[in-house]
Design a binder for this molecule. Structure first.
Ligand code: C5P
Length: 219
């Protein structure tokens, strides 16, 4: 079987990670949640007391930090499990701020390209089809209404016992969409050759099946 790379992009809470994990399991591929890497930069800069606007200091910090994942998708910074700490609403906003800096993006994109160089990867993020893996064999752009996404994120927080407020989540999703789509470097946009899927009224299985149909002819 032909091993390929799959790029899944889209705005926050469109279902990218959930779908990527399921597909990766089904195909025996590895999944890289690139959003978690930007969250790590946001989180660690806060721990270190580094200003989220200080691009040079953030870049130096990245050179000194090791981001790793285990097979369950847990996330570690220098060996410390930060899986839960990076998932708060605050960290979502901070990840979006630090990700706007070109030097931060350059460093994380390089790491992501190194990881995925041997194929057999599903990467989810904002710039995978456009910048990280422009040659990915399958590219998907997942969207959903703000309401559908806010409901999903709220439910996810409840399940993980993370304190959350629905209205705040709704507003943060709108704000993050704006920031991610309007930044100068690698703004969130659909790659010309990506297939758009609106997941607002689809079940998880329906989305997986739609993407499976795109993958089948390529493997
Ligand atoms: O996907 P997730 O919501 O965890 O991503 C957190 C933030 O990281 C996004 O709002 C976005 O600003 C940034 N991000 C990015 N490029 C990626 C993945 C995430 O800029 N490839």
């Amino acid at each position: 079987m032909n091993r390929i790379n799959i790029a899944i992009d889209g705005p926050s809470a469109a279902g990218k990670s959930t779908i990527s994990k399921l597909l990766a399991k089904e195909l025996g591929y590895a999944h890289l949640d690139t959003g978690a890497m930007y969250r790590c930069v946001g989180y660690y800069s806060k721990v270190k007391g580094i200003d989220e606007h200080d691009e040079q200091a953030l870049a130096a910090m990245i050179d000194d930090m090791q981001i790793s994942f285990d097979s369950m998708g847990n996330v570690f910074i220098n060996g410390e499990d930060v899986s839960k700490a990076i998932r708060t609403n605050d960290m979502s906003m901070r990840a979006s701020s630090v990700s706007a800096h070109p030097m931060v993006r350059e460093k994380l994109v390089e790491m992501q390209q190194k990881i995925a160089k041997d194929k057999g990867y599903i990467l989810d993020g904002r710039d995978i089809g456009t910048v990280v893996l422009p040659d990915a064999e399958v590219k998907v752009y997942m969207i959903a209404s703000v309401e559908a996404r806010a409901k999903r994120r709220f439910k996810e927080y409840e399940e993980k016992h993370i304190e959350a407020d629905y209205d705040e989540i709704y507003q943060d999703i709108e704000k993050r969409d704006y920031q991610d789509m309007n930044r100068k470097t690698s703004p969130l946009r659909k790659a010309d050759d990506a297939k758009e899927i609106d997941t607002s009224d689809m079940t998880i299985e329906e989305v997986v099946s739609a993407i499976r149909n795109l993958i089948q002819p390529c493997i």
